[in-house]
Design a protein around this ligand. Structure first.
Ligand code: PLP
Length: 391
């Protein structure tokens, strides 16, 4: 019998495991479940990226260990991409880190840059994996509410002075999982001043950075003057290019933060598969990029429109998602988010993620993944409509 190290104490249980088990049970019972619970891209990776990977896999160079901190050409491509798209300049060697998916960086960060007992700030509701870094780094976190009345942006003026003073970092994620909210340049400008005033590092998780609707490209934190002085941004290929299974991402920004991430990675990984890094360069730079991404984003927007319209028809009023592939929907009076999710699964065969899994302020909501075809989304809403919960 082997015991787990005390260093693993406090690691939260994977939140989605419970939901997956419930859905599988229903499917085994023969129910035609419409699963809106998870956040997995449902369409294949664009063909130009697959073809480029096939080419690079055949390259004789891939048999060797590659450079620990990633191919210089990939770091250069990441820096060029940010320069062209967001007007932000980064030194590819000092201000870019290559990662096997952004989750690893988000989780490593407290471990790499904080001391036991330090505190960081997390959004509530927020991506559950932000909590894992606290357990691994033996650090504390304080949650900052994201409220509908502030368009799910944190109210910086409402963060108590003593909390701001003791915080080392603040994680933010726009376009936002789970609410579908987006940030504004004005918010980020205020955030940079706030971060400078209280000496708090900003960790911008730009996982849905390409997925903005209504003709508006999402704002990058790195577009903000002074952003590099106070923080970094994670950019993943998972959602933008339907590459969640490929595990590739990068971070750009403040040199001290990037160095700490690189140092910890030097000891955990021996670089990423070079063919994958080369394919990632092609994903970012090929002439097909913009049209491939536009197709992916357009599909989510079409689904968003179909879902919101159907939901309005049954009296289920949405906070309109402006990006991501989620809708954050209110729970009718008399139910907790878990009870409501159970009713939808048991009585309508529709699986949704209960909001309480994203934090205390997620109570009162469920998250809908717009990851199936519009007709099926509408069918899910119509099944829910038959329960007459919103009449
Ligand atoms: N950040 C957010 C907000 C996410 O929703 C996800 C994935 O669902 C990730 C990060 C993880 O992305 P990656 O695949 O790059 O690890």
């Amino acid at each position: 019998k082997f015991e787990q190290s005390r260093l693993l104490d406090g690691l939260p249980k994977q939140f989605f495991a419970n939901l997956v088990a419930k859905v599988n049970k229903k499917v085994d019972e023969g129910v035609d479940v419409i699963n809106l619970g998870q956040g997995n891209p449902d369409k294949p990776t664009p063909d130009y990226i697959v073809k480029s990977t096939q080419k690079w896999v055949a390259d004789p160079q891939t048999h060797k260990y590659s450079l620990f901190r990633g191919l210089p050409a990939f770091k250069q491509a990441a820096a060029d991409f940010y320069h062209k798209k967001y007007g932000a300049q980064f030194d590819p060697e000092k201000e870019v880190a290559i990662l096997g998916g952004s989750k690893i960086g988000l989780v490593e960060l407290p471990w790499a840059l904080m001391n036991p007992g330090d505190t960081y700030l997390l959004p509530d509701p927020g991506y559950p994996d932000y909590l894992s870094g606290a357990a691994l780094g033996k650090v504390n976190f304080v949650t900052v509410p994201l409220l509908a009345e502030n368009n799910f942006l944190p109210d910086l003026d409402a963060i108590p002075e003593e909390t701001a003073k003791k915080a080392k970092f603040f994680y933010l994620n726009y376009p936002n999982n789970p609410t579908g909210a987006v940030a504004t340049p004005e918010f980020y400008e205020k955030l940079v001043s706030w971060a400078k005033k209280y000496q708090v590092g900003i960790i911008s998780d730009f996982a849905y950075g390409a997925i903005g609707f209504d003709g508006k490209a999402p704002v990058s934190f790195m577009q903000t003057p002074g952003a590099k002085d106070v923080g970094i941004e994670f950019y993943t290929f998972s959602k933008t290019f339907n590459m969640a299974g490929w595990r590739i991402a990068f971070a750009v920004g403040n040199q001290d933060i990037i160095e700490a991430l690189n140092l910890i990675q030097d000891h955990l990984f021996v670089s990423l598969f070079p063919a994958l890094q080369r394919a990632a360069i092609d994903a970012l730079t090929a002439p097909q990029r913009d049209s491939a991404v536009a197709t992916i984003v357009g599909r989510y927007e079409e689904r968003r429109n179909a879902f919101v319209e159907a939901a309005e028809k049954i009296g289920w009023h949405a906070f309109i998602p402006r990006g991501t592939f989620y809708a954050w929907m209110p729970v009718p009076a008399g139910y907790t988010s878990e009870q409501f999710a159970d009713v939808l699964l048991n009585k309508a065969g529709v699986a949704v993620a209960p909001g309480n899994g994203f934090g205390t302020h997620g109570e009162g909501y469920v998250r809908i993944g717009l990851l199936i075809e519009p007709e099926r989304l509408v069918e899910a809403v119509n099944r829910i409509g038959k329960l007459h919960l919103f009449d």
